[in-house]
Design a binder for this molecule. Structure first.
Ligand code: CTP
Length: 400
């Protein structure tokens, strides 16, 4: 499972650092490539020789070697890693990570890392439960970091409570299952819609909406990252996605989206309809630009075909259908109504009442409602973190 995976471990100054050599051994036994960096105070608790002997690589605390002058590029390390685990992570480092402070080598690597970051805190129970620590962890999670929660037990201070870093075997299992996810959806064909539709009035005007398409693109990315082949049908958006497992089909109108989606759905195992499709379209489209002729203009609109409703009707038992509901009032009842009317397996509810949710934001706050009407509520998160939650939920529902 871990053969060739590049795992960067960042150690900070906590007594739990003495457990990291054990974790390195477990990772190396599975043929992972391990490199270690540390904050200066980490070496009060574990020696660089132990870490370099076990990892097979030199251990760095600085961006350059003071004697030889050799430069250790934080950018190269940040790009090298498939996963950056910071364990143990102290309250001090958590605060710096959140703030983007870069006053040691580990922190500069964090700012350059493009891979997933896991955080395994270790500290005394009052520090862990302090509002500032809680805030810092929650902000980092919202940006996509995975928290490996500390356990309850005896602490170095002699107190007993939450704050012990998770045991090396448990961290190892979390890392293994993270990489297993990379192939979790292989063999699955996932259909995702994204963005708005534009309904033309004449050659220069249209009826559209504020959807950016970001949520749908993040979903496509999240599925592809786990091995799914994704068909992404996107309305007019300003986004790019280059992934070998994602095929993008650009469309403009609701009718074009209907045509493309209904064709692709026959080969899909999962369909997530995230697009903000126009419910109405002008009855006629003028071939020439409409002139201003009177002080009133009436446009006749006709209903578009509801793509999701259609998929719900033709859906087979082995297809999993997900809809989105954007509501402004009676949100939950309306979403549940949509879930049943459109024969969905899951509906993702976001309300414009929640600050930072919905259109035009990089964040979203959703509730997932299953076909048995059970609900899972999530906090406000980045849209990429929301996509992860949705994909995790679908994986769980399908027992994969
Ligand atoms: N949807 C669709 N085709 C349409 C309209 C909507 O596939 N013509 C899908 C959206 O992609 C979304 C879900 O239906 O997954 C909910 O869309 P929404 O516009 O909120 O629902 P409506 O059924 O149009 O209800 P209303 O506008 O009354 O809220």
């Amino acid at each position: 499972m871990l053969k060739g995976k590049k795992i960067l471990i960042g150690i900070t100054g906590s007594i739990a650092a003495y457990k990291i050599p054990l974790l390195i051994r477990l990772l190396k036994k599975e043929d992972a490539e391990v490199r270690v960096i540390a904050t200066p105070s980490a070496f009060e608790f574990v020696t660089p020789l132990t870490l370099s002997a076990l990892s097979g690589n030199p251990v760095s605390i600085e961006s350059h070697d003071k004697i030889t002058g050799e430069w250790h590029s934080h950018i190269e390390l940040g790009l090298w890693a498939d996963l950056f685990l910071i364990a143990p992570v102290t309250a001090n480092t958590l605060a710096k990570l959140r703030a983007g402070i870069a006053d040691n080598y580990l922190l500069t690597v964090f700012l350059s890392a493009r891979c997933k970051v896991m955080l395994a805190p270790a500290m005394d129970l009052d520090m862990y439960n302090h509002p500032s620590t809680i805030d810092n962890i929650s902000a980092l999670q919202k940006r996509g970091a995975i928290l490996i929660s500390p356990t309850h037990g005896e602490l170095a201070s002699g107190l007993c409570g939450e704050g012990r870093m998770e045991e090396p075997e448990a961290i190892f299992n979390i890392i293994r299952s993270y990489f297993k996810q990379g192939i979790q959806f292989s063999g699955f064909r996932v259909l995702v819609t994204a963005g708005p539709t534009y309904e033309p009035i004449d050659p220069v005007r249209f009826i559209g909406n504020h959807s950016s398409g970001l949520m749908g693109f993040e979903l496509a990315k999240a599925f592809a990252a786990r091995g799914a082949h994704v068909d992404l049908v996107a309305g007019p958006v300003n986004l790019k996605l280059n992934h070998p497992l994602v095929d993008i089909y650009p469309v403009t109108t609701a009718a074009e989206m209907f045509e493309k989606v209904s064709l692709l759905f026959t080969q899909s195992t999962i369909a997530v309809m995230c697009a903000a499709v126009a419910d109405y379209t002008p009855e006629t489209t003028s071939d020439i630009k409409l002139k201003k002729t009177a002080n009133k203009l009436t446009l006749n609109l006709v209903e578009t075909r509801d793509i999701l409703m259609h998929l719900g009707k033709v859906k087979k038992n082995d297809q999993f259908l997900v809809g989105f509901a954007l509501e402004t009032n009676d949100a939950r009842q309306n979403a549940i109504k949509k879930l049943h009317n459109k024969n969905l397996d899951l509906i993702v509810l976001n309300t414009l009442e929640d600050q930072g949710a919905g259109f035009k934001h990089d964040t979203n706050k959703v509730s997932l409602i299953n076909s048995d009407e059970s609900v899972v509520d999530f906090e406000l998160k980045s849209k990429s973190a929301v996509a992860e939650d949705i994909v995790n939920h679908i994986a769980k529902s399908l027992s994969i």
